[in-house]
Ligand binder design. Structure first.
Ligand code: ATP
Ligand code: MG
Length: 230
């Protein structure tokens, strides 16, 4: 099977429950064109993270299907899947090790140059200067030695190094100062450019930029459209 490189995501008739008798998602139909950004919004517990987890194949649907460029997700090897779909989780945890190690973990064989290029593409080279030992700064357990905003941007850099056709991002809700917020927003836009992405959105700016907004309520899509249509 060729690697799905374009990133067209199709979800059809998907139903899923952590316990099959209690569905958390019901009859989900979504078609995401390659390069589009979809924003998932909805109340806490509505099923947003669950839907994202299914696209990353952390779980298999009870019924219905998910395909990438027409290839059923379940037919991909874990290795292929890891190359095509990346997830930036909400907590933005880093592992113990240098910032560089955390970034190049995005792709086997990635180099220091790839990490530097990622920061350049994200327009946040300033971050390297802010870190006490630059890319060699020790992140600490779960990234505790770098600030929340820095952690988010480091996770963006890791995702950019991975360069997946499909990026799933659970936007962090942690409060950062407004300058950092602006910088994160701008870097996020750069990360998502020309890439299929599914964003569990908290920022209004992300929702505004989305090609499709899906409003999820109790496991069902109750509304969809662009920001100006809803
Ligand atoms: P939030 O905005 O708070 O992150 P969410 O929309 O992401 O919420 P989900 O995490 O998808 O919501 O949860 C949907 C439902 O599934 C909730 O009722 C939740 O309790 C349940 N749930 C989530 N994860 C699990 C799990 N691992 N095992 C069992 N039930 C779960
Ligand atoms: Mg969630």
């Amino acid at each position: 099977i060729p690697l799905p490189a374009r990133g067209n995501v199709r979800i059809e008739g998907l139903t899923f429950g952590y316990q099959p008798e209690r569905p958390v998602l019901r009859d989900i139909d979504v078609n995401i064109q390659a390069g589009q950004m979809v924003a998932l919004v909805g109340e806490t517990g509505s099923g947003k993270s669950t839907l994202a987890s299914l696209v990353a194949r952390y779980y298999l649907p009870d019924s219905g299907s998910i395909t990438l460029d027409g290839v059923p997700l379940r037919q991909l090897s874990s290795r292929s899947l890891a190359r095509v779909v990346s997830v930036v989780p909400q907590q933005n945890f880093l592992f113990s090790g240098s910032v560089l190690e955390n970034i190049i973990a995005g792709r086997p064989g990635a180099t220091r140059k790839d990490a530097l290029d990622a920061f350049e593409s994200l327009d946040c080279q300033w971050l390297i200067d802010d870190l006490p030992d630059g890319l060699d700064t020790e992140a600490g357990p779960r990234g505790a030695r770098v600030s929340l905003g820095q952690r988010q941007l480091i996770c963006f850099a890791r995702a950019l190094v991975a360069d997946p056709a499909v990026l799933i991002l659970d936007e962090a809700t942690s409060a950062v100062d407004s300058l950092t917020e602006l910088r994160i927003q701008r870097s996020l836009e750069r990360l998502l450019t020309d890439r299929t992405s599914i964003v569990i959105a908290h920022r209004l700016s992300t929702i505004r930029n989305a090609d499709q907004i899906l409003v999820i309520d109790q496991g069902q899509i109750i509304q969809r459209g662009r920001h100006d249509e809803l």
